[in-house]
Design a protein around this ligand. Sequence first.
Ligand SMILES: C[S@@+](CC[C@H](N)C(=O)[O-])C[C@H]1O[C@@H](n2cnc3c(N)ncnc32)[C@H](O)[C@@H]1O
Length: 217
Amino acid sequence: MSNWISYWSDKTSPLHAEDNPNFYHDLAREVLYHCGNLSGKRVLELGCGDGALFEFLGIDSAKYTGVDFSPALLSKFRNRHGEMDLHQEDLLGFLEKCEGEYDIIFSYGVLQYLSPGDVTAMFNMQRRLLGGGGKCVHLGIPVSEMRGVFHSGLGSSEAIGGARRSLLKKVKSWITSRIGYWHDIPLLFEESKAAGFDTRVVSNIYYLYRVNIIQSI
Ligand SMILES: C[S@@+](CC[C@H](N)C(=O)[O-])C[C@H]1O[C@@H](n2cnc3c(N)ncnc32)[C@H](O)[C@@H]1O
């Protein structure tokens, strides 16, 4: 895990496929599709980065809490929203000691930096923080079932049509890409159920090799 802290410590963008407002607006629409209207809701975002999605989610600043261990990304977020409740720390440590109650807990593109054991710990800790009728939504989880799709160059809906990767490029991609953990869909599902959630695993709209997990109580 410390490996990922140093990896993210000096990044100046969340390293999505694109880095522009239109793109983040589209990703945010998928968050809202699964979370519902976030206005008036108490929201906890795990791995919030520089708040690229926040601008498009319609969340009340006073009801938002963001956690991220990257000082560089969090300081960008603070520069735009100094008034908000932002925590620079590991999300597992935050969850462990958090006393708050939330309607929605979500993340986008974060679970790949947690081992399967840490994901299980996270599922159990977040359950404790949910108010009645609350929901957890984790989007953009790379899954081992779709790993070959990623290495073939068919990683996003935009890549389809253009991608024809040579064997050399495919092999290079297996060796060099820094995705983090490729999780297993059945394991995610079972661990989520064991933590007490009604669970759905659905495809991610933009990243074809990723899924979203929707957890309700
Ligand atoms: C791909 S970026 C996504 C950022 C943001 N969710 C977004 O979609 O714009 C992944 C983020 O997760 C954060 N992160 C990864 N593991 C973390 C952990 N264990 N605790 C806190 N933050 C973490 C990184 O610092 C980084 O900001």
